[in-house]
Every structure is written in structure tokens, then in C-alpha cells.
Design a protein around this ligand. Structure first.
Ligand SMILES: [Ca+2]
Ligand SMILES: [Ca+2]
Ligand SMILES: [Ca+2]
Length: 397
């Protein structure tokens, strides 16, 4: 066996809980009982094997002579079925213990898909494509619309759904853990393109969506609240980015008298009332190009809200006469922000941060949430709305 042919992963995750436990211990109590490794561990490829030791002192996990982790708990994932000889060294105040084992990685019994396997939630914001992509039919419920989102996004022949304006989101999962290997790990598909007449070559129809990722740490098959992390894209640390933004949309009376604007396309400039937690409020305009309701018709509540990170407006009126609006592509880390064949639509799991903006080391991700990251109306183009047309594991073979 040639060790260079191995593909394995260093996992650097030490749970917050464990840090807390160690911090509370006095030095003289700093002893542990570790009963040693099993003779071998068996795991399917692209699933995470967790081996906790609760050991203090310095811990080194190796495969042959390559160190793969120095954390108390090993989290191992690989795309390659094989047998991996495992060595664990625990050095506590100069006393070194060495344990040997083997990780047997098997190929899955039912072949995995590299694409989305399930859509768990679809909760769009208001927008000009609402009730059309996917299509709402009278009497449809939230469950019906979720089923339509599944039909659109699952598998390799996926088609597009629109998330509407700021905050609208979709949550989906995969049938395996997308491993966090070197470099970028997955792609989110959208309908972004660069404009032929855009003065800035990387501007056009770019409608950035924030990407959240979840690793199913407790392996219950669901993304739990404490398992979500935001992908810190190129704008994350900038002052123009608003954290903890929230917005509320109010259900319009579709039969009210419209208030036309000064532009020919402005059918009703007082169509859908919104307000945010920064004290801003206004109306979303109905335009002549889309006559259907812009409020999700399967929502019965008189208003609904979203919260998250809000990116600075990225659309601008290039000629100053309202004729040509273009959206600037942000550098990296967003959905529907660059063409599907552009490297900027590929995402590195290592960009994930916790709620305090600290990078976290995830072994991989099982779930993603995408939400529209901008609250802007770009003239006659309408609101900036992220579209999602699928996603896939870039490492999968
Ligand atoms: Ca990576
Ligand atoms: Ca979970
Ligand atoms: Ca789009």
C-alpha cells in the first residue's frame, strides 16, 4: 500500500464543552482514564468517524507517519475506501502512552449522490418571481411547496427556485458528509451571469446569497440549531456588512388601489410594506412585468420575518438614467453571485465561522441553508433575489 495514495483529513475540532471541562479542573486532578482504542473501527467512506479520548496532555493521531489530528477527539473522514493503520500517542507530563488500531473504510452499500438529496425547508421572502418559481396552485400548502422545492433541487437535473428578497431561504441536505479537504469543497448553482455591457467585467446579474453550513455532529440526521455556521464570504468582516439584521414583510391587500410611480414599469410603489430592525421602512414595488402576488400565497400570517447577515447593496445604475442596472460580484463565498462555471461559485468549508466570527474546523458538512443576502430593489429589474438551482460535492468521485 502506498501511503501517498491515501486521502485523509486532519480534523482540528475540540468541543467547547471539552474546553470547559479542562478549564474547570485543578492541576492535581488532571488525570484521566482512557481505556484504549478498539482493535479496529469500521466506517463508510464520506461519513465521519469520531473517537473521543477525553485525554488531557498532548494528543497525536497518526496514519503511518503522517499526523492527522492533535485534538483529544479524532474526527476522521475520507472519500477513499481502504484500511488505514492508526496510531494514537498521549503524552501527559512526560508519560507517553501509545495505542494502535486500524480504521476500515468501506464503500457505501447504496451509491451516494454528489447532489442535494433532500430539501428540508423552503421559506422565501416576497418577490416578483414568488408563486411562479416554483409554481403555486390554488390550495397548495407549505408541504406542497416544499415538495415542489424538492422536485426542483434534488439530484443532477435540478432546476431553479427563487428565494425572493432579503432573508428568503432554503435548507437542504446530502446523503453523505461533504468532506472538508484541501481547498474548495462544494458548489452552489444559481443563475448569475456577467453583463456583456457592464463596465466592470465581474458585474451583471449577481444576487448574492449567504451560505450557512451544518455538520450533523450529534448524528441525528437533522441540522440542529447549534450545528449551523455561516460561511464568511469576502464581505463578512467588512464594516458595510450588517450582522443580526432582521426584516418583516406585511401581507398586501391585493385588491387595494395601486399607487403608480413616475416610471412606466411602476405599477404600485406602495405594494408590500416592510420594516427592519434599523428603523428603516418602505414598500416593495409591483412592476408591470409580473402581475401575480409577490407574497407567498401559502403563507397565511399577516406578516413574517427573517434575520441574519445583510450584505451591502451590490447593484448600481451604470448609466445614471436607470436603463442598465448591474450587480457587482462579491469576491468569494456566496451563492448566485458568480456564474456556475466561475471559481467564485465554489465554497471552502474552512470559511465557516461561529456566531462570534471565529473560524471553526468542521470535518465536513451535511446540510446547507441559503438566504438572500441583500435588501435592494434595482430599478426595473426588481428586488435582488438569490436563485438556487442545485448544489454538489466537488470532491465526489
Ligand atoms: Ca476545504
Ligand atoms: Ca444534528
Ligand atoms: Ca439570480
Amino acid at each position: 500500500m502506498n501511503r501517498n495514495s491515501f486521502t485523509y483529513l486532519k480534523i482540528g475540532f475540540l468541543s467547547v464543552l471539552l474546553v470547559g471541562v479542562i478549564a474547570c479542573k485543578h492541576d492535581d486532578e488532571n488525570e484521566f482514564t482512557f481505556n484504549g482504542l478498539d482493535d479496529s473501527y469500521t466506517i463508510e467512506r464520506l461519513k465521519v468517524l469520531s473517537i473521543p479520548t477525553n485525554a488531557s496532555g498532548s494528543v497525536t493521531w497518526s496514519i503511518n507517519d503522517s499526523i492527522i489530528s492533535q485534538n483529544s477527539e479524532l474526527e476522521f473522514i475520507t472519500p477513499t475506501a481502504d484500511a488505514y493503520p492508526l496510531t494514537l500517542k498521549i503524552n501527559n507530563k512526560g508519560n507517553e502512552q501509545v495505542f494502535h488500531s486500524k480504521i476500515i473504510v468501506t464503500k457505501e452499500k447504496t451509491p451516494y449522490s454528489k447532489y442535494i438529496s433532500k430539501v428540508l425547508e423552503f421559506r422565501p421572502a416576497v418577490g416578483q418571481f414568488m408563486n411562479e418559481i416554483p409554481e403555486y396552485l390554488p390550495g397548495n400548502t407549505a408541504a406542497n411547496m416544499l415538495q415542489k422545492a424538492n422536485e426542483s433541487l434534488v439530484g443532477g437535473n435540478s432546476t431553479m427556485i427563487s428565494l425572493g428578497g432579503y432573508g428568503g431561504y432554503v435548507v437542504f441536505g446530502f446523503d453523505h458528509t461533504i468532506p472538508n479537504l484541501n481547498g474548495r469543497d462544494f458548489k452552489v448553482l444559481g443563475n448569475a451571469f456577467f453583463g456583456n455591457d457592464a463596465a466592470d467585467q465581474r458585474s451583471g446579474s449577481c444576487e448574492p446569497g449567504i451560505i450557512m453550513v451544518a455538520y450533523d455532529r450529534n448524528k441525528n440526521g437533522k441540522p440542529d440549531n447549534d450545528e449551523w455556521y455561516e460561511i464568511a464570504g469576502s464581505e463578512y468582516f467588512k464594516n458595510a456588512t450588517v450582522k443580526d439584521y432582521s426584516i418583516t414583510y406585511h401581507k398586501p391587500n391585493e385588491n387595494k388601489t395601486p399607487v403608480p410611480g413616475t416610471e412606466f414599469w411602476q405599477t404600485d410603489v406602495e405594494y408590500i410594506k416592510w420594516n427592519d430592525n434599523l428603523g428603516n421602512q418602505g414598500f416593495k414595488t409591483k412592476n408591470t412585468f409580473h402581475a401575480q402576488s409577490y407574497y407567498p400565497l401559502w403563507f397565511t400570517d399577516p406578516s413574517y420575518s427573517f434575520s441574519g447577515t445583510r450584505l451591502a447593496n451590490n447593484f448600481y445604475d451604470q448609466n445614471g438614467d436607470g436603463s442598465y442596472w448591474v450587480g457587482k460580484s462579491y469576491e468569494f463565498g456566496y451563492a448566485d453571485n458568480a456564474p456556475n462555471n466561475d471559481d467564485a461559485s465554489n465554497i471552502d468549508i474552512s470559511w465557516a465561522v461561529d456566531r462570534n466570527g471565529k473560524y471553526v474546523k468542521l470535518p465536513g458538512v451535511d446540510f446547507m441553508k441559503i438566504y438572500t443576502g441583500v435588501n435592494q430593489e434595482a430599478g426595473w429589474l426588481g428586488e435582488v433575489s438569490t436563485e438556487v438551482a442545485g448544489a454538489y460535492d466537488l470532491h465526489f468521485k
